[in-house]
Design a protein around this ligand. Structure first.
Ligand code: SF4
Ligand code: SF4
Ligand code: SF4
Ligand code: SF4
Length: 350
């Protein structure tokens, strides 16, 4: 009875989302995996791989990049479609469709909270983009294959193993399989809300987060936006957010668009109708002005991003250094310097 009551209490959009994730898992992953089979594949690798074509190798030319693209051309098309939908509608792929992140989340939601580890308060943007830089440049340089740490193969192989397929059993008993399973359990099933792998280690999620933040800058796109004038700063949405993307800034909910997955959970729990998946308000004209106060007929939906807190004023100079931005800047500088140096070494040694 308790389980039925819990199911009934799930908001409609979330029930719908979980249903789509299950359908997607049945369509993409074994033993049915009928979508990959339409392209002659049995899993998400090969032509369907979305995780490798953009890796950087020293001395890489456009011809090499083109070769990578043509090997995984369906994955490249899928990746581009994901980016396009994210620009206009937010991260629909990650929250509603991806069977890999979705199954980890569903597994975690079925476990009792006392077994779970809380990762959402970690500096996820720094960890994610630090690892993304290493994944794009350093790992290929060191000859570490992108397949070594890949959740897009772990879950399909785990399902194969559970359904008794030899290939899946061999994978889960191998050292690579055991490491990946460990990551899946710790950062997936046993992580609070199940999305820690997505937030820290998935390269598709990292690229998608950048696109989400870019798209949210445009008022005509659908993203999670906050109506400042309605928000009470009650923090309920931040506690519900599976990605740890919401923080209170000056008692107003503020969404980190680099982390938000547009899952709608925050919208469902806000009693004040202060957060919404929407375009920015088009009605900029006040309905009327009373005693000098502009009264709007509808809230002004704004994409509020977490901004650095300015450091206290010292000797008349306002310090603007923020640790997060500093770390991001160092990571980006490191990656650019690394790419430039290795390319130059490769070019001059030819
Ligand atoms: S294991 Fe992962 S990175 Fe390797 S081909 Fe498959 S999907 Fe791509
Ligand atoms: S971040 Fe990666 S694993 Fe997670 S939902 Fe998105 S694509 Fe899937
Ligand atoms: S958006 Fe809603 S739930 Fe979140 S802090 Fe504001 S009022 Fe509370
Ligand atoms: S901010 Fe809202 S929509 Fe975005 S991930 Fe968090 S709960 Fe989901």
């Amino acid at each position: 009875m308790q389980a039925i009551d819990k199911l009934k209490a799930i908001p409609f959009v979330q029930k719908y989302r979980y249903g789509i994730i299950l359908l997607s898992a049945m369509s993409f992953l074994g033993p049915l995996a009928f979508l990959p089979q339409l392209t002659g594949n049995s899993d998400l690798c090969g032509q369907l791989c979305m995780r490798r074509f953009y890796l950087y190798f020293p001395g890489m030319t456009f011809a090499d990049l083109w070769t990578h693209i043509s090997v995984a051309y369906i994955g490249v098309i899928a990746f581009m479609l994901i980016m396009l939908t994210t620009f206009f509608f937010g991260r629909i792929w990650c929250s509603f469709l991806c069977p890999v992140g979705g199954l980890a989340e569903l597994g975690s939601r079925m476990l009792n909270d006392r077994w779970k580890i809380e990762f959402r308060s970690l500096p996820q943007v720094q960890i994610r983009y630090g690892y993304f830089g290493i994944y794009l440049v350093l790992m290929p340089m060191l000859g570490i294959s992108a397949c070594t740490l890949c959740n897009f193969i772990t879950i399909p192989r785990l399902i194969e193993a559970l359904s008794g397929e030899y290939r899946g059993v061999v994978y889960v008993l191998s050292s690579v399989g055991l490491v990946n399973l460990g990551l899946l359990f710790i950062l997936g099933f046993f992580a609070s809300k199940g999305r820690a792998y997505c937030q820290f280690l998935c390269p598709i999620g990292a690229a998608d987060g950048l696109m989400n933040r870019f798209g949210a800058r445009f008022g005509f796109t659908h993203h999670i936006r906050v109506a400042k004038e309605r928000c009470t700063g009650c923090n309920v949405c931040a506690r519900a957010c599976m990605c740890g993307a919401i923080k209170m800034v000056d008692k107003v909910a503020t969404v980190e668009q680099l982390s938000c997955m547009s899952c709608h959970d925050c919208v469902d729990v806000c009693d004040w109708n202060a957060i919404e998946w929407t375009t920015a308000s088009r009605n900029k004209e006040p309905k009327r002005i009373k005693k000098g106060v502009e009264i709007f007929p509808e809230p002004t939906w704004a994409s509020l991003n977490i901004m650095p807190t300015p450091m206290p004023q010292r000797n008349g100079i306002v310090g603007k250094v923020h640790v997060g931005r500093l770390v991001n800047g160092l990571i980006v500088s490191f990656v650019i310097a690394f790419v430039a140096t290795t390319s130059a070494i490769h070019y001059f040694s030819l």
